[in-house]
Design a protein around this ligand. Structure first.
Ligand code: HEC
Ligand code: HEC
Ligand code: HEC
Ligand code: HEC
Length: 472
């Protein structure tokens, strides 16, 4: 059973307690007794990842985050979902994606959302606009507008549950590069901002106080040690995954990693006044065994498919502009040319998964998405390489020249003559896309002597497994 399934069943065990302690009738927050348990779930640094990332074992994606948030919420537990910031993509040209990240986050009804340096890189007006459009409950305690010295977003947020006020504040590192927003904002000292925020949240009656940190691992831990009164911390900004979190000073700290591949889950027990007693922290890994939320999956697909179509259109425009250019002397020729002389290798290549690489992108509707194409074609964006499926149809799939080098240099100083090395494979079977890649065991699956079709059977069997996992 998956880790998530275990965590949920643990959660279900504590549920009757939570319900017994709370009041099932709708009552005003102030009059109800506090629940005996509070569940905090948090993500951070989604970095523009809408879909599962990784090709060998796809992890994460909004549809999985959403299904976890949703099932905890529907369990009836006293819960708050939080995001520590960093949802915006790496590429400053993807305004559409930044906008989508915020609106998809909004669908999961977070109690508060922090701000990361990367969210400021697109400029102040962009984050302001997307925050306003999405109506996300943004917060940051140490980020000011340089012109007015007023906080850019509310310095604290209070999430009211029956019988409980959960106070949330967020902090940004002072020394990080802020890109386009550099000259329009000021980041003030995190520690003094934290003291002010904690005091203000307590004065407003918060029984539980949570920090959304964009201070990095060391910065976040130092702050939790230096500032008393913080019950829980979600650590963001280049923080490694730590499966069971840690206690730092008086705080329980979640290290749930980035890109939405994991979710941090803190379960805090509360006393009669709603003050935090002990607690546990777990990281839920969002692997293929975690169900995908159907409505969110549809929303993500619609956004990504539209992007793929827009890129296809841009390819056509670029192609028309390129038509006048002369072809480079050296270029990729495509496997059909090699096959004229190397018939055995060509016949064997068809029996490997490399011959399916393009079909895969077409099936996923990612055949014009620039993030996906490079490793599934020959010579992407290189002179004489793949341009689009219509202008260079002979260069789709992983072919001879991906491993042996450009065909027009055949017979001269052909570097690939001695056969490709492990490094050649790893340009595509990279740490991000295929972290489980093992050269010694995978090479025999595609080597020219092997015509068994095993590599194709492997990918098809895996695809079936994930599909059945996703429909659960
Ligand atoms: C006109 C026929 C012809 C074509 C087309 C051709 N090759 Fe060759 N290739 C040869 C011959 C003949 C040799 C062996 C003689 C030599 O070492 O130069 C060779 C050698 C090789 C070798 C090196 C074998 C070794 O043991 O060193 C590789 C790899 C190779 N070709 C791959 C390719 C690829 C990839 C293409 C397409 C881009 C291709 N060839 C196109 C005829 C061809
Ligand atoms: C240009 C990028 C690229 C290079 C270089 C490359 N691969 Fe692949 N490989 C892929 C892609 C993409 C797939 C998935 C094809 C599909 O099913 O859509 C794949 C699939 C495979 C598979 C089948 C899936 C599996 O995990 O069993 C094996 C085995 C494999 N590659 C081994 C290798 C080896 C060994 C090398 C180096 C000698 C290599 N590849 C070089 C891109 C590449
Ligand atoms: C850095 C190179 C690289 C990039 C970029 C890349 N892939 Fe892949 N992809 C691979 C490799 C390598 C494999 C084979 C992994 C394996 O099977 O072991 C693969 C396999 C796959 C598979 C599984 C094969 C199958 O037949 O079902 C899918 C699906 C896939 N990629 C989709 C995508 C999508 C969608 C994107 C863009 C979001 C993408 N890839 C970007 C290298 C890449
Ligand atoms: C995934 C990487 C990869 C791809 C794709 C690939 N080769 Fe190879 N090729 C190798 C490796 C590795 C060797 C070294 C010997 C071996 O493992 O078979 C090799 C060896 C060769 C040789 C030397 C003789 C031999 O068979 O050992 C020739 C010729 C050759 N390849 C041609 C081709 C042609 C033609 C294609 C396309 C139809 C192709 N290769 C596609 C990896 C690849």
């Amino acid at each position: 059973m998956s880790h998530f399934a275990r965590s949920t069943s643990m959660l279900l065990l504590v549920l009757p307690l939570a319900l017994a302690a709370g009041d099932s009738r709708p009552t005003r927050a102030a009059s109800a007794p506090p629940p005996s348990k509070l569940v905090l779930i948090g993500t951070t640094d989604l970095r523009g990842e809408t879909s599962p990332c990784g090709c060998h074992t796809p992890r994460g994606g909004f549809a999985r985050i959403s299904s976890v948030v949703d099932s905890v919420r529907r369990s009836g537990a006293a819960m708050v979902y939080l995001d520590a910031g960093g949802a915006f993509p790496d590429l400053s040209t993807r305004m559409d994606l930044a906008d989508f990240m915020y609106s998809a986050l909004r669908d999961m009804a977070p109690g508060a959302v922090g701000v990361a340096p990367r969210d400021l890189q697109l400029g102040l007006s962009a984050i302001r606009r997307f925050a306003a459009d999405s109506r996300l409950p943004m917060t940051c305690a140490n980020l000011l507008d340089r012109a007015t010295r007023a906080p850019l977003f509310p310095p604290t947020r209070i999430v009211e549950l029956p019988g409980l006020k959960v106070g949330v504040f967020a902090l940004l590192g002072e020394r990080f590069e802020l890109g386009a927003a550099r000259d329009s904002v000021v980041v003030i000292d995190a520690e003094s901002a934290a003291h002010v925020a904690v005091t203000s949240l307590r004065e407003q009656g918060s029984q539980v106080i949570v920090l959304l940190s964009q201070l990095g691992r060391v910065g976040g831990e130092d702050l939790a040690t230096a500032v008393p009164g913080i019950d829980a911390v979600f650590l963001g900004h280049d923080v490694p995954v730590l499966e069971h979190g840690r206690r730092v000073g008086g705080s329980l700290v979640s290290y749930a990693g980035e890109r939405g591949q994991q979710i941090g889950m803190l379960q805090l027990s509360l006393d009669g006044a709603g003050r935090v007693g002990d607690g546990t922290c777990d990281v839920i890994s969002l692997g293929p065994d975690v169900r995908q939320h159907a409505a969110m999956l549809a929303r993500v697909k619609q956004f990504e498919d539209a992007y793929n179509e827009r890129m296809r259109h841009e390819q056509r425009l670029a192609q028309a502009a390129d038509e006048a250019d002369t072809d480079p002397i050296d270029h990729f020729v495509g496997g059909a040319v090699c096959a004229r002389c190397h018939t055995a290798e060509a016949a064997q290549w068809i029996t490997t998964a490399h011959s399916l690489a393009w079909e895969t992108l077409v099936r996923e509707k990612k055949d014009a998405t620039p993030d996906c194409i490079p490793c599934h074609v020959v010579g992407f964006r290189k002179a004489g390489g793949f341009q689009s499926a219509t202008s260079t149809p002979h260069l789709v799939n992983v072919q001879c020249e991906n491993c042996h080098g450009m065909g027009t240099t055949h017979g001269e100083n052909w570097v690939a003559r001695s056969g490709p090395t492990e490094g050649t494979c790893r340009t595509c079977h990279s740490a991000e896309r295929d972290p489980e890649f093992d050269f010694a065991t995978r090479l025999p699956l595609v080597t020219h002597g092997n015509t068994s079709g095993e590599s194709i059977r492997n990918v098809k069997a895996r695809r079936e497994r994930y599909r059945s996992g996703a429909s659960r």
